[in-house]
Design a protein around this ligand. Structure first.
Ligand code: NDP
Length: 351
C-alpha cells in the first residue's frame, strides 16, 4: 500500500521535497478484524488536489477550521473510491463512494464512516445518466457545493447584476461563471494565461475575461470590463485583486470570500495588506467568508439541481487529470503556480 506522507511542515511555497511516496507492503483485500467495528476498506480511484491542503501543511500557529497534517502521516483529502470490505451495514463491497480519504492505494476508513464518505448513486455504471465518476472530486463534489453555496446563498444574485470571478478557470471558478450566466447575470472572469482566458469565453460562457498577469493596473482592467461597477465579487485569490475590486464595487455590492490563494504561500509578515477597505463603508458593501463544510446539508438540493444541467450539457466541466499516485505531490504544488487547467485531480486506479 503506497502512501504519500508529509515529510515536514512547509514555510513558503511547497515543493515535491516536502512530500514523499512511501512504498508499502501487501494489503489484504479484506478487513482483518483488528479494525474498530464499523470500519470500511476502500481502493482509492481518484484523488482531488485542492488549495486548502496547503494551509494544512503549515505548522499550526492558530486555531483553524481544519486540523493541520501531521509530518510522517499520510496526506488526506477528497477522493473517489470503491469499497472492498465493510463492517458498516450501510456500505457493501463494490459500492462507489466519495469523500475524505487518504493519498494511498487503499484506506481503512474508521467509524463513523458516514462522517467521511457518501455513496455515489449517479455514476454511469450505477444509477445511469453518464456522469463521470471523477466529477465527484469537482462539480459533484466539494468544489461544486462551494460554488453553489458561495454564489447562490452568500451572494444572492439577481438577474441583470454584474459578477466578477477570480481564478475563474479553476475547479470552483468555472462553475461560478456558469451559474452566474444561468442566473442571467453579466459575468467576467480573470485567469493567469491566454489559454485560460480563451476557455472562460469559449467554453464556460463568460461574457468577458482578462489575464491578470498581463494587466499593469488591475483596477483599470476592472473599470474597462465593468464601466458601471461590480455587484458581486466571488473572491478566490485576495491580495492586489481584492484591493482593485473594492475600488470597482457598486453600492450595496456583495463579496463572497471563498479563498485567498495568492496569500497561502506567503510567510507571516509578507501577506498583502488590503488598503481599500474604506469602500465597505462608503459603498455599504457586504463581505462574507464561508466554508463549504458548514453547508453540507445543502448537498442533496445542489445535486438534484446540478445533475440535469450536467446531463443535458448546459454545464461544462473541465478537468486536469494526472495519472498515478506518484504524481500527486507535483500536481498539488502546480495549483500554486497556475499549472492546472480546470479541476486538478489524480487517477490512481481504474474505475
Ligand atoms: P483552482 O482549480 O482555481 O486552482 C488554483 C488556481 O489559482 C490556479 O490554477 C491559479 O490559476 C490560481 N492562482 C494560484 N496562485 C495564484 C496567485 N498568487 N494569484 C492569483 N491566482 C492564483 O482551485 P479551486 O477552484 O479548487 O479553489 C479556488 C479558491 O477557492 C481557492 O482560494 C480555494 O482555497 C478556495 N476554496 C474555498 C473553499 C471554501 O469552502 N471556502 C472550498 C474550495 C475552494 P491562474 O492561472 O488563473 O492564476
Amino acid at each position: 500500500n503506497r502512501r504519500v506522507v508529509l515529510k515536514e511542515y512547509v514555510e513558503g511555497y511547497p515543493t515535491e521535497e516536502h512530500m514523499e511516496l512511501v512504498p508499502g507492503g501487501e494489503v489484504p483485500l479484506r478487513l482483518t478484524g483488528d479494525e474498530p467495528a464499523g470500519s470500511v476498506l476502500v481502493r482509492n480511484l481518484y484523488l482531488s488536489c485542492d488549495p486548502y491542503m496547503r494551509p494544512k501543511m503549515s505548522r499550526p500557529l492558530r486555531e483553524s477550521y481544519t486540523a493541520a497534517f501531521v509530518p510522517g502521516s499520510v496526506i488526506t483529502g477528497y477522493g473517489v473510491a470503491r469499497v472492498l470490505d465493510s463492517s458498516d451495514p450501510r456500505f457493501a463491497p463494490g459500492d462507489l463512494v466519495w469523500g475524505i480519504t487518504g493519498w494511498e492505494d487503499y484506506s481503512v476508513v474508521k467509524p463513523p464512516v458516514t462522517a467521511f464518505l457518501a455513496k455515489i448513486s449517479h455514476h454511469a455504471a450505477g444509477g445511469g445518466g453518464g456522469v463521470p465518476l471523477s466529477y465527484y472530486t469537482g462539480i459533484l463534489g466539494m468544489p461544486g457545493l462551494t460554488a453553489y453555496v458561495g454564489f447562490h446563498e452568500i451572494c444572492a444574485p439577481k438577474k441583470g447584476e454584474t459578477v466578477f470571478v477570480s481564478a475563474a478557470s479553476g475547479a470552483v471558478g468555472q462553475l461560478v461563471g456558469q451559474f452566474a450566466r444561468l442566473a442571467g447575470c453579466h459575468v467576467v472572469g480573470s485567469a493567469g494565461s491566454k489559454e485560460k482566458v480563451e476557455l472562460l469565453k469559449s467554453k464556460f460562457g463568460f461574457h468577458d475575461a482578462f489575464n491578470y498577469k498581463e494587466e499593469p493596473d488591475l483596477a483599470a482592467a476592472l473599470k474597462r470590463c465593468f464601466p458601471d461597477g461590480i455587484d458581486i465579487y466571488f473572491e478566490n485569490v485576495g491580495g492586489a485583486m481584492l484591493d482593485a475590486v473594492l475600488l470597482n464595487m457598486r453600492v450595496h455590492g456583495r463579496i463572497a470570500v471563498c479563498g485567498l490563494i495568492s496569500q497561502y504561500n506567503l510567510k507571516e509578515g509578507e501577506k498583502d495588506a488590503v488598503r481599500n477597505v474604506g469602500a465597505l463603508i462608503s459603498k455599504r458593501l457586504r463581505m462574507q467568508g464561508f466554508i463549504e463544510p458548514d453547508h453540507k446539508h445543502l448537498y442533496p438540493k445542489y445535486e438534484a439541481w446540478v445533475l440535469p444541467y450536467i446531463r443535458d450539457g448546459t454545464l461544462a466541466y473541465v478537468e486536469d487529470v494526472a495519472e498515478g499516485l506518484e504524481n500527486a505531490p507535483k500536481v498539488l504544488i502546480g495549483l500554486f503556480h497556475g499549472r492546472n487547467v480546470g479541476k486538478q485531480l489524480v487517477r490512481i486506479a481504474d474505475d
